[in-house]
Ligand binder design. Structure first.
Ligand SMILES: [Zn+2]
Ligand SMILES: [Zn+2]
Length: 150
């Protein structure tokens, strides 16, 4: 009776498990998901702090790169997603169309992209390592639909 009115009694008692098998399966699934999440985070951290990529990610945190982005935003270059055409907002990122001029970018070497398109571009480039990053980016142009209407 008390349970029906106040929930488990005394407070803090776990709710009774009606189907232990399903409960165990659910716990296992949750644990596996956590594990995958951890592995992903570790892989990203490795990419950002170890090896050849480290220098690149250090550059992306630098004032020099911030200045390049500012220069772009103050210029007359288009302020829309290079891939889907969505209007610029603060969540946008800058994408390198070439890494050859890294650290010395011309404004046409970089392009503002929305997060969804940025992710899609790099995914495509990973799946098509034979393509240059510029080519992968151009391939997706006009194909990605903006999530919210422009
Ligand atoms: Zn986009
Ligand atoms: Zn990029």
């Amino acid at each position: 009776m008390t349970d029906e009115i106040y929930g488990p009694w005394p407070p803090g008692t776990p709710l009774s498990v009606t189907n232990p098998q399903r409960h165990a399966a659910r716990l296992a699934k949750r644990a596996a998901k956590q594990k995958r999440k951890k592995a992903r985070a570790a892989a990203i951290k490795r990419r950002h702090t170890v090896g050849r990529g480290a220098e690149y990610y250090a550059y992306l945190r630098s004032d020099a790169w911030k200045a390049v982005k500012r220069r772009y935003l103050e210029s007359k270059m288009p302020k829309v997603c290079y891939v889907c055409g969505k209007t610029w907002d603060r969540s946008f990122e800058f994408h390198h169309l070439t890494y050859r001029t890294l650290g010395n970018e011309l404004l046409r070497d970089i392009a503002p992209v929305c997060r969804a398109c940025h992710e899609a571009v790099h995914k495509r480039n990973r799946e098509h390592p034979e393509e240059s990053i510029r080519k992968s980016t151009k391939r997706l142009r006009g194909k990605q639909r903006p999530k919210t209407p422009v």
